[in-house]
Design a protein around this ligand. Structure first.
Ligand code: HEM
Length: 268
């Protein structure tokens, strides 16, 4: 008598990681194809995977702060910071591509640009840098539009931190606790007084503040290194995404995500 129940295939390295699917996803558009296009595609795909992981971890930081698990939140922040270092280091690989090597396939990108990375915008949203314009660039009903709309409405890492601090007994202004989470984070002199007290008297929460400053700085470090790479690769040319290129990008460097944590430094 035959047994109709099929034994499921044993999990292998390849089946678990879906390698057959993964390894066909790198599809150069240039004739030949040009040697450097594969590197360009792989670096960008790896970035998008790390962006996915960063969002996963940033959501966890918000959850842990909401559950008053500050020690575990710090542990997760440490992981996020380590990933950010890898993201910055990856630019070194792309910088081995000369301007002429990039030009050999650049036209084939047409209007495609990292500017259109919705996961990058999602990370900005979770960190408090939200704009409706960023959502409007994606077609209504698309995965990107849905994801950004959901994150637009959600509290940011900064909101989770302020609410946590308030539950720790600090006099965080009520207006900040109930602020419109879709709006830009504004600096607050009253909150800065609270943060100065944290730094002077509360080593545990001062450490948490420092990890948020690391996060802010780490994100800016990526912006800075990206614009330098853009400058050395395309100089003052316009971007494929239609912006002025390096000139546009230079304007995005240096905007603090958590301004109060920077402003208090002059008063400590
Ligand atoms: C040769 C390599 C690269 C060049 C020449 C380049 C160039 C540019 C330019 C000119 C812009 C401005 C928007 C535009 O008009 O296109 C831009 C934006 C952007 N690029 Fe790149 N890029 C490169 C590599 C990368 C990589 C590896 C990533 C990783 C995902 C990336 C992510 C981004 C993001 C997220 C933006 C939007 C930044 C913002 O709006 O603040 N780029 N890029």
């Amino acid at each position: 008598m035959s047994d109709n129940t099929e034994t499921p295939a044993a999990v292998t390295y390849s089946s678990y990681l879906k390698l057959d699917e993964l390894l066909v996803l790198q599809q150069p558009r240039s004739e030949g194809p040009e040697h450097d296009e594969l590197l360009f595609i792989i670096v960008h795909q790896v970035y998008e995977l790390w962006f996915k992981e960063l969002l996963h971890e940033l959501d966890r930081v918000i959850r842990l702060l909401t559950d008053d698990e500050s020690h575990r939140a710090q542990h997760t922040l440490k992981r996020i910071l380590t990933i950010l270092k890898v993201l910055v280091a990856q630019l070194d690989i792309l910088e081995t591509m000369t301007p002429l090597e990039f030009l050999s396939f650049r036209a084939r990108l047409e209007a495609a640009s990292g500017f259109q990375s919705d996961q990058f915008r999602q990370i900005e949203f979770v960190l408090g840098a939200k704009t409706l314009a960023a959502i409007g660039r994606f077609p209504a009903g698309s995965r990107a539009h849905r994801a950004l709309t959901a994150r637009f409405e959600q509290p940011t890492v900064w909101d989770a931190f302020l609410r946590y601090l308030s539950r720790e007994g600090y006099a965080v202004p009520a207006g900040l606790l109930a602020r419109d989470v879709t709006s830009e984070v504004q600096s607050s002199a009253t909150l800065q007084e609270v943060l100065i007290t944290v730094y002077r008297r509360d080593a545990k929460n001062a450490e948490l503040c420092e990890r948020l400053v690391d996060l802010d700085e780490g994100f800016q470090e990526w912006r800075y290194r990206h614009v330098r790479m853009v400058e050395r690769t395309i100089g003052s040319k316009h971007g494929t995404g239609g912006s002025s290129g390096a000139a546009y990008l230079r304007n995005t460097v240096g905007a603090n995500l958590f301004p109060d944590l920077w402003e208090i430094r002059a008063h400590l």
